[in-house]
Design a protein around this ligand. Sequence first.
Ligand code: AMP
Length: 170
Amino acid sequence: MRKLSEFIPTYNDFPRKGISFKDVLQVVQEPEIFRDLILKMSSNQIIKDSEAIISIDARGFIFGSAIAFQTSKPMICARKPGKLPGLIIEQNYELEYGENTISIQKKALKNYNNFSIVDDLIATGGTAKSVSDLLVKEGKNVTGLLTVVELNNLKGRDKFKFPVHSELRI
Ligand code: AMP
C-alpha cells in the first residue's frame, strides 16, 4: 500500500527562503489516498468527541468539509479578516514575521459546546492556538486539534493542553 508521505512533496525555499513547504494539496489529486485519509481522520476520537468541526482558512476547509460530510457533523469556517459577514469574533496571533487575525461568526458557535479543530498542517501551532483561544474565550470546550501533517521540529503541539493528532509527523 502506498504511504501518505509519498503524496506530500516538499518544496524548499517556498514561499520564502528557508521555508520547506509541504504541498498537502497533492493528496487531493489522489482519490484513494484522499479517501483513506478522510476515513481515518473521521474516525479519530477528537472528531467523535466534538459536536462541530472548526476548520481553518484555507486548506483546512478541504479536509474539514470532507470530514464533516463523512461524519454528518456541522463545519464552521475560521477565516482570515474581512471575509465573514455579520457579527464576528476575532483573535490576533503572531506569525514568524508580523501578525495575523482569525475570525469566526459568533452565531455559528451558539448551538454547540464541544469543538474539534481541523487544519492541513501544524507548524508553530500559532494559527490553531488562536482558534482555540477564541473558542475558550467564548466559554467553549476544544476536544482536540487534528491535522494531516505536523512539523515535529517546531514543537507546535507543546502549545496545547488538549489532544493533538496528525496523520503524518515529519
Ligand atoms: P502555524 O500557525 O505556524 O502552525 O502554521 C500553520 C499554517 O501555515 C497552516 O495552516 C499551513 O497551511 C501553513 N504552513 C506553515 N508552515 C508550512 C509549511 N512548511 N508547509 C506548508 N504549509 C505551511
